[in-house]
Design a protein around this ligand. Structure first.
Ligand SMILES: Nc1ccn([C@@H]2O[C@H](COP(=O)(O)OP(=O)(O)OP(=O)(O)O)[C@@H](O)[C@H]2O)c(=O)n1
Ligand SMILES: O=P(O)(O)OC[C@@H](O)[C@@H](O)[C@@H](O)CO
Length: 401
């Protein structure tokens, strides 16, 4: 946390906001927003953030600077930007990147539709990069779109899991508190510099375990696992309104519920212009199972894919769609249907371009109730692993339960 430049003006409130949110974090963020709403004695405050992102990530040991390393095919820095962007009371986000990475950064901002971002040239050390960001916020340029803040949050571009509550605590403390000897004794080098050169007092605020920094290669794997877990919390079973489909769809829903204890499993019909389904997509469910009974065509799955493509849900995270086909292998030998099902390869290639991972799953649909339960269980296990792993190498494959 650093002091903002003098002469700040213009209201920006840490607190309630109604802007649309993207990402899997909307529920947590909504509760934080309501906490902020009820917080007593809150002041209007102009807040900006500076993200130092000019390092080369030597300890990571790969040629790409770690802030640009992909996690689920999206650069790490985009997750950090998303985390700050969803905090609507942060008015401007200034990112310091090296000249050679300026174009890469611009294309990331464009591709992932980041907003309120300004770029400045990084310096040779982290502190110089931060200084460069602060200067941009302090400058009085006629055509500058940046407004002068009272408080500036300094946040490493390689700490992707920062939450709104800790930012609110830090900003509030920066506004309200001075510094104690204790804070300085146990503070970081940033605090000491702030006191030494700006005579600005600092206050330490307890962070959360999520604030860790991606430093080594193993941290990238950890970050990927955390992100996968966040987006695998809900699966929606989609079926059409035919009685047989609904019956089998609900059976699958029940088995998924019992196999996946911590996952919310919902079901929705694909008919009636799919109003409820639209809502589920808007609420950022990233996993769908499309139920087809005794058919090997993809009409229903294609309807679902079109809805997903129109929604832009997959801009930030890969969306998993499993096209499930229940076939009675005794009545209909799989070979008869397989030719049609092979089209899944083409569909999956096409939708992969939109970050949708499409898989096929054949579930045996025997007359015997007990055998059906067993194949449903097998199917649920496969679905669970597809959702959990999000393996793009397996798209377009027909798996058999
Ligand atoms: N000249 C620099 C050096 C670092 N940073 C940024 O400061 C943050 C924290 O620094 P650190 O983890 O040390 O990053 P690197 O310097 O890239 O890593 P390493 O020390 O392993 O080279 C990172 O977001 C990094 O991009 C920066 O903006 N400008
Ligand atoms: O180089 P290290 O990984 O030890 O730590 C870097 C941190 O000190 C730095 O990123 C700031 O957060 C601290 O003010």
């Amino acid at each position: 946390m650093e002091p903002g430049p003098p002469g700040s003006s213009g209201p920006a409130e840490p607190g309630p906001c109604l802007s649309a949110q993207r990402g899997a974090d909307h529920a947590a963020s909504a509760s934080l927003q309501s906490a902020a709403r009820t917080e007593p004695g809150r002041h209007s405050l102009a807040v900006a953030a500076v993200l130092p992102a000019g390092g080369c990530g030597e300890r990571m040991g790969v040629p790409t600077p770690k802030q640009f390393c992909p996690i689920l095919e999206r650069p790490l820095i985009s997750y950090t930007l998303q985390a700050l962007e969803r905090v609507c009371w942060i008015k401007d986000i200034v990112v310091a990147v090296t000249g050679e990475n300026m174009e890469v950064m611009k294309s990331i901002i464009q591709k992932y539709q980041h907003e309120r971002i300004s770029l400045v040239e990084a310096g040779v050390t982290r502190h110089r990069s931060i200084f460069s960001g602060l200067k941009a916020l302090a400058e009085d340029q006629l055509n500058s779109k940046l407004s002068k803040p009272e408080v500036v949050i300094i946040h490493d571009a390689v700490r992707p899991f920062v939450e709104e509550d800790v930012l609110l605590k830090v900003v509030t403390a920066a506004k309200e508190h001075g510094c104690t000897d204790y804070d300085l004794e146990f503070g970081t080098e940033c605090l000491q510099l702030a006191l030494k050169y700006c005579r600005t007092k600092a206050k330490l605020v307890e962070g959360s375990p999520d604030l860790w920094k991606v430093t080594y290669k193993r941290d990238l794997y950890a970050a990927e696992s955390i992100i996968k877990e966040i987006i695998s919390q809900e699966i929606c079973v989609v079926m059409d309104s035919k009685e047989d489909n609904k019956h089998v769809g609900h059976l699958l829903e029940e088995v998924l519920k019992s196999e996946l204890n911590h996952v919310k499993v919902t079901s929705e019909a694909l008919c009636h212009a799919g109003r409820h389904l639209q809502q589920i997509i808007l609420d950022q469910c990233y996993n769908f199972v499309c139920v087809n009974v005794m058919t090997s065509d993809f009409q229903e799955t294609q309807k679902l894919l079109s809805m997903l493509e129109e929604s832009n849900l997959s801009i930030l995270y890969p969306v998993v769609v499993v096209s499930v086909h229940f076939l009675d292998f005794k009545l209909v030998p799989p070979s008869q249907k397989i030719e049609n099902l092979m089209h899944i390869k083409e569909f999956s290639k096409k939708v992969k371009e939109r970050n949708i991972l499409l898989y096929g799953l054949l579930i045996s649909y025997p007359q015997d109730e007990q055998k059906l339960q067993e194949s449903l269980r097998q199917g649920a296990i496969i679905i669970a692993s597809l959702v959990k792993e999000r393996n793009s190498g397996l798209i377009g494959q027909l798996l058999i339960a």
